[in-house]
Ligand binder design. Structure first.
Ligand code: T4K
Length: 511
């Protein structure tokens, strides 16, 4: 195609020629997908497009051309649900040339659903938490160098570089990399001299709480705010006793805690404040990146996280003496050769993990872009399904968009969360109930604090209603379209499905 580029950009007429659409359609898509597509402007005010935007337009075209989707007004709707134009459908090919096209099967009628005996929509399981992987060649090159240098661990050069790069990224003085976030939490808790009681949400992964109890510190469960899903500061104040030494806030699903309020409480009551930021690398609170708050913040670089080092974690702090202490503790308390000055553990990150982290950091913006694209598709395609609400990100902040969390209102959806998870599992979509049933209902806490749930009404309601859907670089918009199609179909035919669910116990059906 003969196209003329202006400083690397394409003009409207060239874009329309490439996509074989009219300028009117282009403008319509830009309006409809404005959060996703923002053309540049020339000095004369003309719209200009770079390669990245062309790719996005191709994706939009690819999705909208599907016969079972059409645009009416500002809505995308499922044509087959209107009862017209039922035709057999074949999955359209993936635009990624090097990837073999996964087999996806359309679900046109409710009795096509796998739970009713239909063939699963996906041939292979689609997981929540499939790793984001950067440039494989660059990683393998670094891996070869590690082997050649024979420097595998113990604060090697790549670990130091990784720490510096993370510190620069989030704007914090010290980052101490560890073998995982659970050990990072344990080290930080000990280095901060926490003891007695520490206030913590139950709406979190069990590691946050285990890190306390592992050191005989009593977790005091506190409820979360129903809108932010993070520690409710007014509840925190009510939980403070003479034995309280600290607070651990969790930036759940990459949504930051009420940092200002918690810092104020910690200052007023002279408590230590730690944040479990396992989900929150590259997310901001009031424009400042997470990692800079409280006495310290803990990141996870586990395979399932936004940015991974296979397994890994880090402690971020602006406190020089705390940083020195956690460095000692990470390495058995060694201050020099044969010279131990403190109790410590083995919490070191190895060089291979750091190489993975450095490679992943090079692709950070790509990971955000893909996650944002996926979030946008979920938002569009789940919109208007009764009882299904995608928990939104605050778009005024920086987000990593790593968690697609959906709240199911059983009254309006006609199906409850567990039924939907079971139904999706049969389609090979392995949605997760993060963080069911709440840590207070897991052992040993369930036995230790049998009445904890009475004071956690928001947590108890939330753990029954939320599910996490697959996203990340391994998930294609076509996957999302099909997942949304299944959910829409299930909700639309919830009455018929309820008959089936009455025969089965959904809880037992979840693998
Ligand atoms: N604080 C919070 C708030 C956390 O969420 C976590 C960890 C921590 C602290 C502690 O961080 P680390 O010590 O782990 O650094 C997973 C992760 O193991 C855990 O890191 C994570 N949170 C938690 C939310 O999820 P599981 O038991 O759900 O993992 P699993 O094995 O079921 O993996 C989830 C899915 O991911 C699988 O269905 C398949 C997929 N997957 C997983 C791995 C490991 C892959 O596709 N490839 C992989 O390599 O806990």
């Amino acid at each position: 195609m003969d196209t003329s580029r202006e400083n690397g950009f394409l003009k409207v007429k060239d874009v329309c020629a490439i996509l074989n659409i009219t300028p009117h359609t282009l403008r319509y898509w830009e309006k409809e997908f404005s959060e996703f597509l923002r053309p540049h402007r020339s000095t004369g005010g003309h719209r200009l497009y770079d390669d990245h935007q062309i790719r996005r337009l191709l994706e939009i075209k690819h999705l909208l051309k599907d016969r079972y989707f059409s645009i009416k007004g500002a809505k995308i709707y499922l044509q087959h649900d209107s009862g017209r134009g039922r035709r057999s459908i074949q999955s359209s090919p993936d635009p990624e040339p090097n990837k073999s096209t996964p087999i996806r099967r359309e679900k046109q009628r409710w009795y096509d659903l796998a739970i009713l005996g239909g063939v699963p929509a996906f041939e292979k399981p689609l997981h929540v938490g499939m790793p984001n992987i950067g440039d494989q060649d660059r990683f393998l090159k670094q891996a070869a160098e590690i082997l050649q240098q024979r420097r595998l661990t113990n604060n090697g050069p790549l670990v130091q570089r990784f720490e510096e790069e993370i510190a620069r990224l989030i704007g914090v003085k010290h980052v101490v990399a560890t073998c995982n976030a659970t050990v990072a939490l344990e080290i930080a808790i000990r280095a901060l001299d926490l003891s007695g009681e520490v206030i913590v949400p139950s709406m979190t992964f069990v590691a946050t709480v285990h890190a306390l109890w592992w050191q005989q510190i009593q977790p005091v469960f506190c409820d979360v705010n129903p809108h932010t899903y993070t520690l409710d500061p007014s509840c925190v104040v009510r939980k403070i006793t003479s034995r309280t030494t600290g607070i651990i806030g969790v930036h759940l699903w990459g949504r930051p805690c009420a940092v200002d309020a918690l810092e104020e409480i910690a200052r007023h009551y002279r408590l230590k404040l730690l944040f479990d930021a396992a989900h929150a690398l590259y997310t901001s609170y009031k424009g400042r990146l997470v990692g800079q708050f409280g006495d310290a913040e803990i990141f996870s670089f586990h395979a399932t996280k936004f940015l991974n080092t296979f397994e890994g974690g880090a402690i971020a702090t602006n406190d020089d003496s705390l940083a020195a202490k956690v460095r000692l503790m990470r390495n058995f308390g060694f201050a020099g050769k044969d010279h131990v000055i403190y109790i410590g553990t083995n919490g070191k990150m190895n060089e291979m993990a750091a190489a993975m982290g450095i490679t992943s950091l090079e692709s950070l913006q790509h990971f955000v872009d893909i996650n944002y694209r996926n979030y946008t598709w979920y938002r569009k395609l789940l919109d208007g399904i009764p009882g299904i609400r995608l928990i939104p990100y605050d778009e005024r902040e920086i987000n990593n968009y790593q968690y697609i969390v959906v709240e199911v209102d059983p009254e309006r959806a006609g199906l409850n969360r567990d039924q939907l998870v079971a139904l999706l599992e049969r389609e090979n979509v392995l949605a997760r109930r993060y963080f069911y049933p709440g840590v207070h209902r897991m052992e040993p806490y369930r036995t230790l604090f049998p009445d904890a749930g009475l004071q956690l009404p928001v947590t108890e309601a939330l753990v029954e209603r939320v599910m996490t859907l697959p996203t990340g670089t391994a998930v294609h918009p076509e996957d999302i379209r099909l997942i949304a199609q299944i959910i829409r179909l299930a909700v639309r035919h919830s009455k018929q499905l309820t008959v089936k669910f009455n025969q089965l116990n959904a809880e037992k059906m979840i693998a």
